[in-house]
Design a protein around this ligand. Structure first.
Ligand SMILES: [Zn+2]
Ligand SMILES: [Zn+2]
Length: 847
């Protein structure tokens, strides 16, 4: 140990030692209890930003804490290395996506190592390497076998000038990112994964993770899956044997239906229009709507447009005939592609009815206080309807609804569904908002979809033994034409596995969310050549105990990985439903935008970014990490502050200097002393030490890292105030200092591990911190608050006794009489009385 704290030197030294001793490699054969700490794997853009640093610092703190607690900790990292930026770089600058990606990984790995994050690098994975994406393809084939992967027509963004498919980002603002041409929609055959099969489980299993996941994430997942309970109702088409099935969550409003509205894609439409005079007009309108179809799902605010088909449908409850319309606000993907339009009780229907002068009939009225008390048995008047200025969408009491009038919505919904089912024109049903997952990408830089097209056999899955279907080294990255893979004949041309005739490979690659759906299972068994992983090994490590990442992944990734896990369970690969026990979504890192008072997420374009490398060079990784974890609760926004990092360096330097002062004494002599020989100051320091251990331990269990640091700083301050010279300290004082200082530095490990390793070694410990144990609080020492009770003799202060707050009167009396100074004064006198004021005072009166 040097006298002065030089972070750079210390950090290099310990990073090298950790690397050489493979300190953080987790063994699959370790009898200790396991802990799986996981941070979201990064996209290798080339440079870490402060958001990454925060993410990894939190995960590393937890990993160290659990190691010191005696757990066998798995703390891996890898690369989400397929995706668009590599391909954009290829198109713009002619670089090879693979070379670009590998370079970025090398640089970012170096940054992580300079941060000293305790990853098990022997388990590193990268999505773009064939030994990884082979298993994406394997899973795809398993889904294909089970009917969970399928192809259907679906619209894409299309640049007509360059005849190429664009992603949403590449067509932002409705124009092509490269040539500015207005983007069109075009239908393409694309691959989908049937996540809707698991919609019910995605909702039902939330109960299993509710305790460990943030409610805001679960709410977004519930909304995304969008479970709604309602009913199917069949409306017979007049003068036809056809029926239009609608889905509604509000069957109680069915007497207010004044139209049936179909989606432009409704399969019955052309059949129903057969022979109609309006056929040409309606079909033309439907075609126009279909062209807008890809944008319709996103644009809920758009102007509603419709056309009357001239057909009539019969309301099975009222017998009334209502017109059938086609409109752009009804989507084939939701429900049945047909709705009953109830303008009085639905905002969209209201807007539509206003525009096309459809009748608006109120059939639900607000519940008055009286009605809430008891379910009304007889219909209230039928004429409660008033001029409506907007839809009344709440539940209420039914009016204008025949025999159902007077019933509360909740009751009517149940009874009317049962009635429809009994009469055979409907039934209660559950629908979901979630759509199947479109995984086709017309791109190079992704895992190729492993199927082959043969003229004789049609679509043929690539046999398992031929996996992986390897990406070619390069392609023509002009950004024009169909998928880049289609322009690589060595890739495209193959032979049919069935009939050996010449055949073509699929040229679509998979969405990168496929790669990230199961990557943390692969960490458990990363070099397996025969399977995605060995289920026995995965069983040891999973589910993940704590997952940490940004809340931008609340849906998509965190839904897809839950879906993938359920699929793996159905394959027999795992034996649970949910992959992640606890989830933490960390807050953003913000910085002041120069010249303003605004704090915004760090970004290149705002010029308010901070380069982690510069911070490490200037202050050290330990101080940077300590600041990041101290400055704010982990879930909250973290406001950047250079003076905050400076404060962190100062703190580490003070602790370091204290260790420097004491290290000779503490490493050369094990002073052991009975606690009752400690001075009041020494006892107070012990109490503080044990209180701090208790607090920091409990804070860590809830990832309250900032308050942990604050508690450690307080302990250090009290230790500094305990002003004892190491050279002359009594064994008792030295004992107490050791306890405080060693506890302090072990508890600092999760925040600033390099500096602490150096100090730990200086205090005479061998084998590094991995051999150390998290301190355990002694509840008696932590709890004991000492009271100092003045002892008077005949009203004059003569002595003090140290005692506990819960001391009894007798004990206090006995302690006073046993006190040496008091005894001298009362010996030989007559004891008149002893006055005890509990917790305050003892007065011995003698004569
Ligand atoms: Zn273009
Ligand atoms: Zn064939």
């Amino acid at each position: 140990m040097d006298e002065k704290y030089f972070p750079e030197q210390i950090e290099k030294k310990w990073q090298q030692r950790w690397r050489e001793s493979r300190a953080f490699e987790a063994s699959n054969d370790d009898p200790r209890p396991k802990f799986y700490a996981l941070e979201m794997l990064p996209y290798p853009s080339g440079f870490l930003h402060m958001g990454h640093v925060r993410n990894y610092a939190i995960g590393d703190a937890l990993a160290w804490y659990k190691r010191l607690q005696g757990f066998n900790v798995l703390h891996p990292i890898g690369w989400d290395s397929f995706g668009q930026p590599a391909e954009q770089a290829a198109i713009k600058r002619g670089v090879n996506p693979r070379a670009w990606t590998e370079e970025n990984i090398a640089h970012m790995r170096g940054q992580m190592q300079r941060l000293g994050i305790s990853y098990d690098w022997s388990r590193e994975i990268a999505a773009h390497r064939p030994d990884y994406y082979k298993w994406d393809q394997w899973f795809f084939l398993k889904m294909l076998e089970r009917g969970l992967a399928y192809k259907k027509n679906s619209p894409v963004n299309w640049c007509p000038k360059e005849e190429t498919v664009l992603s949403n980002e590449q067509s932002s603002g409705g124009v092509c990112w490269r040539c500015g041409t207005v983007v069109e929609k075009r239908d393409l055959e694309q691959w989908f994964l049937r996540i809707t099969e698991y919609a019910d489980q995605l909702i039902a299993h939330i109960a299993q993770i509710e305790a460990g996941w943030p409610e805001k994430v679960l709410k977004r997942q519930r909304d995304w899956v969008g479970r709604s309970e309602g009913a199917y109702i069949d409306f017979a088409v007049k003068d036809s044997d056809k029926k239009i099935r609608v889905f509604t969550t509000r069957i109680d409003t069915i007497f207010g239906a004044t139209a049936i509205v179909l989606s432009a894609e409704h399969p019955l439409l052309s059949e129903l229009l057969e022979g109609s005079a309006l056929k040409t007009d309606v079909s033309a309108f439907a075609e126009k709507i279909k062209k807008q179809s890809a944008t319709r799902a996103e644009a809920t605010e758009e102007v509603k447009e419709g056309v009357n088909t001239g057909l009539l449908a019969i309301n099975p409850f009222s017998g009334e005939s209502v017109p059938v319309w086609v409109a752009n606000y009804v989507l084939m993907e939701y429900g049945t592609g047909a709705v009953m339009s109830v303008p009085a009780h639905d905002e969209r229907d209201y807007e539509f009815a206003q525009k096309y002068s459809l009748p608006i009939r109120q059939v639900v009225a607000p519940v008055s206080h009286d009605q809430q008390k008891a379910e009304p048995t007889s219909p209230k008047g039928t004429d409660q309807s008033v001029e409506m200025t907007h839809a009344f969408t709440d539940y209420g009491v039914l009016i204008n609804s025949g025999e159902w009038g007077g019933k509360l919505s909740e009751v009517a919904i149940r009874e009317m569904s049962q009635f429809a089912e009994k009469r055979g024109f409907g039934k209660a049903a559950v629908t979901y908002r979630i759509r199947d997952w479109g995984v086709s990408r017309q791109r190079f830089w992704g895992a190729p979809v492993p199927v082959i097209y043969c003229e004789n056999c049609g679509m043929v899955p690539v046999p398992y033994e031929q996996l992986p279907v390897v990406l070619p080294q390069t392609a023509d990255f002009s950004g024009k034409g169909e998928s880049p893979l289609a322009g690589v004949p060595e890739f495209v041309n193959t032979t049919c596995p069935n009939c050996k005739a010449p055949a073509r490979r699929e040229t679509d690659t998979m969405d990168t969310f496929v790669d990230s759906s199961w990557y943390f299972f692969r960490y458990c068994d990363p070099h397996n050549d025969n399977a995605p992983f060995d289920p026995e090994i995965v069983k040891q490590w999973t589910p993940v105990d704590q997952y940490i990442g940004g809340d931008s992944h609340a849906v998509m990734h965190l839904i897809y990985t839950r879906f993938w896990t359920k699929f793996m369970r159905d394959l027999g690969l795992v034996d649970f439903d949910e992959p992640v026990k606890k989830l933490l979504t960390q807050g953003m890192v913000t910085n002041r935008v120069e010249g303003t008072d605004e704090w915004k997420a760090m970004s290149k374009s705002l010029g308010n970014g901070v380069d982690p490398d510069e911070m490490i060079a200037a202050f050290g990784s330990d101080a940077t990490r300590l600041f990041v974890l101290f400055a704010a609760p982990v879930e909250n926004e973290l406001r950047w502050s250079e003076s905050g990092i400076e404060g962190a360096v100062r703190f580490l330097r003070r602790v370091y200097t204290m260790v420097w002062r004491w290290h000779e004494r503490l490493s050369n002599r094990q002073d052991s002393v009975a606690p009752d020989q400690h001075s009041p100051e020494a006892r107070a320091l012990r109490r503080k030490t044990h209180q701090t251990i208790a607090k920091v331990t409990s804070d860590f269990e809830h990832l309250h890292l900032n308050t942990s640091v604050a508690a450690l700083m307080e302990l250090f301050n009290q230790l500094s105030d305990f002003n004892v010279d190491p050279a002359t300290a009594s064994p008792a004082d030295s004992f107490v200092v050791r306890e405080a200082l060693e506890s302090l530095i072990i508890m600092l490990t999760p925040f600033s591990p390099h500096a602490v390793e150096e100090m730990w070694e200086a205090l005479g410990h061998e084998g590094g911190l991995l051999k150390a144990n998290w301190p355990v609080a002694d509840p008696d020492l932590a709890r004991r608050e000492e009271l100092e009770i003045p002892i008077q003799v005949n009203g004059k202060l003569r002595s003090r006794v140290i005692t506990t707050p819960d001391v009894s009167e007798e004990d206090l009396r006995a302690a006073a009489l046993a006190d040496d100074k008091v005894r001298v004064l009362i010996d030989g006198h007559e004891l008149v009385k002893i006055i005890v004021v509990p917790k305050r005072l003892v007065n011995v009166v003698v004569r």
